[in-house]
Design a protein around this ligand. Structure first.
Ligand SMILES: Cc1cc2nc3c(=O)[nH]c(=O)nc-3n(C[C@H](O)[C@H](O)[C@H](O)COP(=O)(O)O)c2cc1C
Length: 363
């Protein structure tokens, strides 16, 4: 059992992975009251909305609301039970509870986080209702599922059908191009890589390798090197200098400002060899398809943990430059740069085609 106020990476991951918690409050006489709640965590505070009643006046009459108005002491229990007891864990947050009224900056911060985690809230008019905010005073945690390091990474998130429904995950993932200035927990990056590891691949050869960049210096080096190469191409295309400069500045900034980058490389050395070019090409295409599957696994894992991602194809156009900038082995072929972090700006999403448009035959 550990007691502290700051959370470890394993605990943060655990908090993001669970879907519901139990909120305990008490009235002025100390009578306890516990309810299950949905919640979001912004790295500092926990938020839970009042969403059960059709009218805001009803919501304000909830027992938990009256209790918080009487006493600010509260506790939030985020727990996980599994018949496999190596997956047990709980986090108990002793907190000060406050009601955030609409218009409060924290209310405006909490609402998108809640809607992010629970698509159901997107259809509800929560703007006019208070949100309960829990500011932790003390945190107690227990369980193998919360241990820092690799065991925590593999346990809570990656077993399908337990913590997350798949379709909301697949639909929710989107390409994000602006992030908060907030680091990505190492455990979350490890979870993304763990997810990649299980992607299908030709002959099971896993023809992919990844370089992870979180420090400023390698990010800057990569951005500069790719920028220089791109400048040459744009100039060759006859683009005017001011357009070139604008596009380069944007691209460099996107790379530098991403809290974490994962460079996805193709690695062909383990593939089968064929004497004829057609089969060789097919073999390499399979490897590329498989790299796409590994990347998608990473994107979904990140999304399931409350992170967002973006896909940059730029390395595909400058593989040698990228390899040199990061001092990578000659056998690695850089293909895609995945940005990851906590979203700062909602992207404008292009419509995804309907099933009818995509399926040419279904019989
Ligand atoms: C192979 C590939 C390369 C991509 N390259 C870029 C890129 O260089 N820059 C970018 O902003 N988005 C890039 N994207 C993201 C797409 O623009 C995005 O997936 C698409 O617009 C659909 O939006 P969504 O991901 O939000 O559903 C790429 C996606 C794929 C699959």
């Amino acid at each position: 059992m550990t007691t502290r106020s700051r959370l470890s990476d394993g605990e943060i991951a655990f908090v993001h992975a669970q879907r519901a918690a139990r909120l305990a409050t008490s009235d002025a006489e100390g009578h306890p009251h516990v309810v299950p709640v949905c919640y979001a965590f912004d790295g500092e505070r926990y938020y839970t909305p009042l969403d059960e009643k059709p009218k805001s006046s009803d919501a304000r009459g909830l027992k938990r609301v009256r209790n918080i108005e009487a006493r600010h002491e509260a506790a939030l229990l985020i727990d996980r039970y599994d018949d496999d007891w190596s997956r047990l864990g709980y986090l108990l947050v002793h907190a000060r509870a406050d009601l955030l009224e609409p218009g409060d900056p924290l209310h405006a911060r909490a609402l998108p986080l809640l809607r992010e985690r629970y698509p159901q809230y997107r259809a509800m008019r929560l703007e006019t209702l208070p949100i309960i905010c829990l500011t932790p005073m003390r945190v107690t945690s227990w369980g193998p599922a919360l241990a820092a390091g690799a065991s925590a990474v593999t346990s809570p998130w990656l077993e399908p059908g337990r913590d997350l429904d798949f379709l909301p995950l697949a639909r929710g993932r989107r390409s994000v191009r602006a992030y908060q200035d907030r680091p990505v927990p190492r455990a979350a990056l490890e979870a993304m890589l763990e997810a990649a590891r299980w992607a299908p691949s030709p002959h099971g050869r896993q023809p992919w390798r990844f370089a992870v960049l979180t420090r400023d210096e390698p990010k800057r080096r990569l951005a500069e090197a790719m920028g220089e190469e791109w400048r040459g191409t744009l100039a060759m295309d006859g683009e005017p200098e001011e357009v070139i400069q604008l596009r380069l500045d944007k691209s460099r900034e996107r790379i530098r400002a991403a809290p974490a980058l994962i460079l996805a490389c193709l690695y062909l050395d383990d593939l089968d060899r064929y004497p004829d070019p057609a089969r060789q090409r097919a073999e390499e295409t399979m490897a590329i398809q498989s790299l796409g599957a590994a990347i998608q696994n990473m994107l979904l894992a990140a999304y399931s943990l409350g992170l967002d991602t973006g896909w940059m194809c730029a390395p595909l156009f400058a593989p040698a430059t990228v390899r040199a900038a990061l001092d990578l082995d000659a056998a690695l072929i850089p293909h895609a740069l995945i940005t990851a972090g906590y979203i700062a700006r909602e992207p404008k999403r292009r419509p995804h085609r309907s099933i009818e448009e995509l399926v040419v035959r279904f019989e």
